[in-house]
Design a binder for this molecule. Structure first.
Ligand code: SAM
Length: 410
């Protein structure tokens, strides 16, 4: 294994989701842990022939869309059905007549939603929904959701595009603030500064933005698959030449928590219990039941260990640390899950395939978890060659939090 240093690293916003906001379809919806299309493009390079590209941790399908725009053939997996729906819509090809139908159905939906006496329908069963939206915003969203069901059926191409515009609108008119690592609420001062927005105009502008991106069709194909990255050997696809991915970090970030508003409004979630169940399937998930189950969790089958990891887990589990035992179990499960993923990966790689994993390290009670070295060790254990660790950016002002490209060859 070789390691390229972390001296003089910068935070590089161009390597984060912030870069994607203005880049057409890549800017459709934000997921804070999404990585930048720029980094993916750099790693994909200028291949002379179309490649078969895999991203086992799809998220918002950044890799798959980027690969398809470069004429490659991509496949990507995730365990979250909402992200699968979104990735399919984001990478699909749209004809001019679909775009025209979407434009008309959006305008009709706004007309229906604005009609006096129109039935608003019930709001989604999102906990403390009144913290998310003002009464006026909530009423508008409820009416628009019902109206969209009448003018653009779910599952149709135009229905998908308008639901993405709806998702953008529901976040734009919410009290959610995005100035932290994960979503939180605007404080009273910020709310007082916000004047009542024109919701219909917001939806119109978001529809225009989505339809502009939809007009830029990718040349290549992308398959967006509901599949667990720990079970890749059952994927049943032609072998891949390149893997570019950003897996979940060991930082207790819950994707379900981030995606809740979209998932409840689009009926991918109907209660908190299901949200916890889904996060238990996610590597590194900690939402609801996913945390309480950790206490009794024991590795089955392949169990990953190394002297370095055991020493770190021992320090995290120290009685000095409140919840230290639970967090040590969290880190152990994360490592076992990722080791299972790497062990399964071989089954879907073509000889000579290249791999790039963009991942950050983490700290627990001040104890640094060198995820990049753990990955490198797992890759070597899985029989991969030329394993390298390259530091690419500082994650925030904390000196020790860094993002790496851990690469290898099959
Ligand atoms: C860091 S995000 C990927 C972000 C993505 N690169 C993007 O640009 O949006 C990690 C993703 O891994 C998914 N994930 C977690 N556990 C998984 C598993 N067992 N199999 C497949 N995907 C999983 C999560 O749902 C999440 O979408």
């Amino acid at each position: 294994m070789t390691q390229v240093g972390i001296d003089r690293l910068r935070q590089r916003a161009d390597y984060t989701h912030k870069y994607n906001v203005k880049t057409g379809r890549h800017g459709w919806l934000r997921l804070t842990p999404a990585y930048s299309v720029r980094i993916v493009e750099e790693l994909m390079g200028r291949a002379e022939k179309p490649l078969r590209v895999l991203d086992p941790f799809c998220g918002t399908a950044t890799t798959a869309l980027c690969a398809a725009y470069h004429g490659h053939d991509a496949a990507t997996t995730d365990i979250n059905p909402f992200l699968i729906w979104f990735g399919q819509a984001k990478t699909a090809r749209y004809s001019a007549s679909v775009l025209e139908r979407a434009r008309r159905a959006g305008a009709e939906a706004l007309g229906l939603a604005g009609r006096k006496g129109a039935e608003p329908g019930a709001p989604p069963p999102l906990h403390n929904i009144e913290r998310w939206w003002s009464p006026a915003a909530l009423e508008f969203l409820c009416r628009l959701r019902v109206a969209l069901e009448a003018t653009a059926a779910p599952g149709t191409a135009e229905g998908n595009l308008l639901r993405i515009a709806f998702c953008r609108t529901l976040i734009a008119c919410s009290n959610a603030a995005f100035n932290h690592q994960s979503m939180s609420f605007k404080d009273g001062f910020q709310l007082a500064l916000d004047i009542q927005p024109d919701f219909a105009r917001m939806f119109r502008e978001n529809t225009d933005f989505v339809l502009d991106g939809a007009a830029e069709n990718p040349r290549g194909r992308a398959a967006i698959l509901l599949h667990d990255a720990r079970e890749l050997s059952s994927l049943d696809r032609e072998p891949f030449d390149l893997v570019v991915t950003s897996p979940p970090y060991a930082n207790r970030m819950s994707y379900i928590r981030e995606l809740r508003p979209y998932m409840y409004w689009l009926r991918f979630l109907v209660n908190g219990r299901d949200a916890g169940e889904l996060d238990w399937l996610a590597i590194g998930g900690t939402w609801g039941v996913a945390t309480s189950r950790l206490a009794d969790w024991r590795p089955e089958g392949l169990a990953y260990s190394s002297p370095e990891l055991e020493a770190i887990l021992g320090r995290i589990a120290s009685p000095r640390n409140t919840n230290g035992t639970l967090l040590a179990a969290y880190v152990r499960k994360y490592c076992v899950d990722m080791a299972r993923h790497f062990a399964e990966l071989r089954a879907v790689l073509a000889p000579g395939a290249k791999l790039h994993y963009i991942v950050g390290n983490s700290t627990f009670y001040g104890e640094l978890l060198p995820v990049e070295r753990i990955y490198a060790h797992m890759m070597e254990a899985a029989g991969l060659a030329d394993v390298q660790i390259r530091a690419i950016r500082k994650r925030n002002s904390k000196k020790e939090l860094v993002e790496f490209d851990v690469s290898a060859r099959f």
